[in-house]
Design a protein around this ligand. Structure first.
Ligand code: SF4
Length: 455
């Protein structure tokens, strides 16, 4: 999971600062690195580094980037190395000029494509899929002498999940893979066209939402306006269900469906599927909040914020190493003793992956005197890894992979445990064309490729 944001300014205004604000609004999608590439119509200038958006882009760096077309990226790494080379946008020079690429997702056959290119003499400077896409694109443009044809040819070679922004010196191109795994939307304010991973970034910039980029669509924005192309006709849409449950900000709307509404509805359904007698309900903040409100409304058990979050720490799930994740839990949550002492407590969380975080939180709540702890979870049991750009852990590390509910409840230390059912989740989201591979083990694409590295 990463965040991408792009702008084309018809007034030829400098778009750097707006991209910076857009990335700031998408910071939840990746906290390891950030980058911006801008074109003034003649050449591409860029800066990227490890860190949060505000750490990477100091005032002097922003002042030195000028361009009226640009793209930005916030990076979330899975198993890849934390290095500036792996930050995006990825910029390549060729006899045709420069191209910059920002990518959200994971290309499953990237190792095969990399080996093919290496055999033809390409030398890679990073371990990112974006560099492979960029190199393939240059080859195809030289061959076809037609950018759209070249992009279509490259996309037809890729297997996996990708929402892409491609910056040429004179145009901006947005692509969403044929499955529509990752969200991507378009905004406009009369002077500029915006492309963003989530519409929350458009709202931040006071930009009107125009529409979502369709699965299998290429959107080209240049001086002549905006044009749309389809690159794969036969497709089975399978948008990531986890975007609705965890990744996206609750104030975002994905493919016409409000993330906040979905989470609240999941909470309501959880209360019906797994009722319990209790004194208070508390979310595990922040992503458990809307679920807990829904559960409270349906069950009539009062809602309290009994765990206080230190807002200045990152999201635990997207910190890359287990050690960092463990420390992050202790740093970020603190129980309110007066609310929890001698109470039967329902804790509501978005998901359980390894179970280590849940166990630690339950332990913390019991230590301050909670009489009973009942855990309710807004995502069904995660039993299989994600190959589409989400670091969910290996199959063996997933607590629900081989264990039944009773066993998981015992390990975590709760009196009862209830997950939303897959059926309940689908009804709450209100669409069926979703990827559920980590819940079912049935993947919407071929997954039998060598995969050594990742973003
Ligand atoms: S496997 Fe799970 S996390 Fe990965 S894309 Fe599919 S639904 Fe999303």
């Amino acid at each position: 999971m990463c965040g991408i944001f792009g702008i084309y300014s018809y007034e030829k205004e400098n778009v750097t600062k707006k991209i910076y604000y857009g990335l700031f609004a998408l910071q939840h999608r990746g906290q390891e690195g950030a980058g911006i590439a801008v074109s003034d119509g003649k050449g591409i200038n860029f800066y990227k580094n490890i860190g949060l958006v505000t750490e990477v882009f100091k005032k002097d760096i922003l002042q030195n980037l000028f361009g009226y077309i640009g793209i930005g990226h916030v990076r979330y790494s899975t198993t890849g190395i934390k290095s500036v080379e792996n930050c995006q946008p990825f910029v390549v020079k060729s006899s045709l000029g420069q191209i910059a690429i920002a990518h959200n997702g994971d290309i499953l056959n990237s190792e095969e494509l990399r080996l093919e290119l290496e055999k033809k003499g390409h030398i890679f400077t990073s371990t990112t899929d974006s560099e492979i896409i960029a190199q393939l694109l240059i080859r195809e443009i030289i061959k076809t002498n037609d950018r759209i044809e070249a992009i279509k040819n490259v996309l037809n070679k890729l297997v996996g999940a990708y929402s892409l922004l491609i910056l040429f010196e004179d145009c901006l191109i947005a692509v969403r893979d044929e499955h529509g795994f990752k969200p991507l939307c378009i905004g406009e304010d009369g002077e500029n066209i915006y492309i963003s991973s989530e519409d929350c970034a458009l709202t931040t910039l006071d930009v009107s939402f125009l529409r979502d980029v369709k699965p299998g669509e290429i959107v080209v924005i240049n001086n002549d306006g905006m044009e749309s192309y389809t690159f794969k006709k036969k497709n089975k849409v399978s948008t990531c269900m986890f975007e609705y449950i965890y990744f996206a900000r609750p104030d975002s709307t994905i493919d016409g469906i409000s993330v906040y509404k979905v989470r609240k509805e999941v909470g309501r359904r959880l209360a019906k599927e797994h009722p319990v007698e209790a004194d208070i309900i508390s979310p595990i903040p922040d992503s458990g909040n809307a679920f807990a409100i829904g559960y409270s409304e349906e069950s009539k058990i009062p809602y309290y914020e009994a765990l206080i979050k230190n807002k200045y720490t990152g999201r635990t799930f997207i910190l890359p190493s287990q050690n960092e994740r463990e420390l992050a839990v202790r740093l970020k949550l603190s129980p309110v003793r007066s609310l929890l002492e001698n109470k039967r407590v329902v804790l509501v969380d978005d998901s359980i992956v390894r179970g280590t975080t849940s166990k630690r939180i339950v332990n913390m709540v019991k230590k301050v005197g909670a009489k009973e702890v009942h855990l309710r979870v807004g995502c069904p049991k995660i039993i299989s890894p994600c190959y589409y750009g989400i670091d969910m852990a290996t199959k063996e590390e997933l607590i629900a992979h081989k264990k039944c509910i009773m066993e998981i409840a015992k390990i975590i230390g709760v009196e009862s445990l209830g997950y939303i059912s897959i059926e309940g989740l689908l009804k709450a989201i209100g669409r069926k064309d979703l990827c559920l591979a980590c819940l079912t083990g049935e993947y919407p694409t071929d997954i039998n490729f060598i995969k050594v590295q990742n973003r």
